[in-house]
Design a protein around this ligand. Structure first.
Ligand SMILES: Nc1ncnc2c1ncn2[C@@H]1O[C@H](COP(=O)(O)OP(=O)(O)O)[C@@H](O)[C@H]1O
Ligand SMILES: [Mg+2]
Length: 345
């Protein structure tokens, strides 16, 4: 920590920067998950397998880490940051957690667990990357009452991706929990909780009320966006020795910052970019318009829109009596203008 940072944090009474982007496993720091915790506690007690789905940055990893914390004392939660790539890896990790010596074969592990009193929770993040061999092993483990498997994945996993990986594993999922983005009040609460967490005694917040409201609006309920804005604002405040962060600083940041969305747009394929470009002159589009403008088949036009929806750049809504129409999400709308389009696309 530089001396400027040290002084600044000292003035705030903060022990460290509260706006770390990494997921948090502290249940006290997450907001809006009370119902999820209750449901999951029930499901885990019953030995159910559950899928947690939500968009990028909605708190899936944090939720899994919180479950790890919450169940540490009376279960054996095992967190996988991504699905193991092979059965051997899966077995090695479980074996290690159970303190088995040496290598163990899949069937041997299965028999051992079947007879054991250990109550295990497998917490598997990024489950959309699961492969079939590991899925088959999980299917076996899932039939044991003392094992709960909690998967977390991007939207569409349970009904689309998982059945394609292994239908009989999809059949074993008893519940799906969808994570929503946060409300504006919840975003503000999340920021306040983080500040409280690093504050000694009387806490000080550098953010004015307007600034907090601005962050809540601009981040559109995505906690990751909100945290990024806060940490960018703090960096500026430290540099300029400012102790009150007002809306001006945040406006400067959002105007100038090449956000996640910009990078996402720049990485799109040619056809996807062509569709995004249509939004410069059309507030909403249809598959028909895409078909005509790009001279592609209806199916291809649908596919490219579906990919943009999967990447969360586009959403759909029902047009009165005429099927669906598609529009850019708020952040894309804000970023994409006549002036910026040539640089983005
Ligand atoms: N409900 C929440 N309350 C407070 N902070 C959250 C919440 N959900 C996510 N965050 C924060 O947002 C960031 C992104 O969360 P993460 O768990 O990595 O999302 P995901 O795994 O869905 O992409 C993390 O810094 C995390 O601490
Ligand atoms: Mg994650």
């Amino acid at each position: 920590m530089s001396s400027e940072e040290f002084e600044w944090f000292q003035k705030m009474n903060w022990s460290k920067n509260p706006f770390q982007l990494s997921p948090v496993g502290k249940p006290d720091l997450v907001v809006g998950f009370d119902e999820e915790f209750q449901l999951l506690e029930n499901y885990i007690r019953l030995g159910y397998d559950v899928v947690i789905e939500g968009p990028y940055g909605s708190g899936k990893t944090s939720l899994l880490l919180c479950l790890e914390t919450l169940f540490k004392d009376n279960r054996l939660p095992i967190f996988f940051y991504a699905p193991p790539e092979s059965v051997a890896e899966l077995i090695q990790i479980i074996g290690m957690e159970l303190k088995f010596d040496g290598e163990i074969l899949p069937q041997v592990l299965y028999q051992t667990l079947r007879r054991s009193d250990d109550r295990i929770i497998l917490l598997i993040d990024e489950a959309h990357d699961l492969n079939i061999d590991v899925a088959k092993m999980l299917r076996g483990l899932s039939d044991l009452d003392n094992i709960s498997i909690i998967y977390s994945a991007l939207n569409g996993f349970s009904f689309d991706k998982l059945p394609k990986i292994l239908n009989t594993l999809a059949d074993r999922v008893q519940e799906i929990i969808y994570l929503d983005l946060l409300s504006e009040e919840e975003v503000i609460l999340a920021i306040e909780k983080r500040i409280e967490d690093v504050s000694e005694e009387n806490e000080v917040s550098p953010f004015t009320e307007d600034a907090l409201n601005f962050i809540a609006q601009v981040s559109e309920g995505a906690p990751r966006e909100a945290i990024k804005l806060c940490s960018a604002a703090i960096a500026i405040a430290i540099r300029d020795s400012i102790f009150e962060i007002d809306i001006d600083i945040l406006e400067k940041i959002t105007k100038r910052r090449p956000s996640e969305i910009v990078r996402k747009i720049q990485r799109l394929g040619d056809r996807e970019k062509q569709v995004i470009k249509l939004f410069v002159s059309h507030p909403v589009i249809t598959t028909g318009l895409v078909k005509d403008e790009l001279s592609v088949s209806s199916q291809a036009s649908y596919n490219v829109i579906a990919r943009l929806m999967e990447k969360e750049l586009v959403t759909s809504r029902e047009a009165e009596g005429r099927g669906n129409e598609y529009l850019p999400v708020g952040l894309v709308k804000r970023i994409l203008t006549q002036e910026t389009a040539p640089f983005l696309l």
